[in-house]
Write a protein that binds this ligand. Sequence first.
Ligand code: 13P
Length: 252
Amino acid sequence: MRNTLIAGNWKMNGSTSANAELVSGINAGAPATDSVELLVCPPFPYLAAVLADTAGSKVAVGAQNVSAHESGAFTGEVAPSMLADLGCEYVIVGHSERRTLYGETSVDVAAKFKAALGAGLRPILCIGETLEEREAGQTEAVVDEQLDAVIESVGIANFATAVIAYEPVWAIGTGMTATPEQAQDVHAHIRSRLAKHDAAIAESTQILYGGSMKGENAAGLLAKADIDGGLIGGASLQAADFLAIANAAAQG
Ligand code: 13P
């Protein structure tokens, strides 16, 4: 049985004081059940402070991006080993904002995924289609391409510690959540794609949904067989909003 992972992607938001308040609220209200795991992904400058504030709590910490390189002349980049050195457990790779705004290709994302694993981090691989692609009936083809690039690069065995996040681009930050049925269809497809390579990995891999998830719609999404949690943007920035999702998971 897969645990449910409720992960906050803070994106480029926060401040020292706002983060401290957010983390203390999450620590105080985190559901006790072991079957619900919590994760927050702050911007790079705040990782150390958030790691200190979550020490000993059930809240894990991850980064939002990482370099594919190990060290050297890459001004402005952050190496996977640096994130591991700080105590980060996870890193998001291939978020649609990175793909769209910063031109990351599936090949780039696969390299980051591989580098993260090399440092002992757990990559959260984001995949998902745009509205145009969905309307053109290309959803499965798009997620297949994004997933296959990574499977081909690292091999299915290396998905043992990875997480996948299905984030339809049209649902991110728009308030247009995928229906539980729409999300479940794609999640089931992703799991069957993994199963073609390795049935046990497919069964154990957590597949998160992301895109305007909030307290009001979380229970319906999380009730679906192949939806194992959420990657949450806007609703992860206030403790009460984030905890509403975590509590929906705990009651499910
Ligand atoms: P929203 O929850 O704000 O739609 O963002 C989702 C997302 O992009 C998480 O990575």
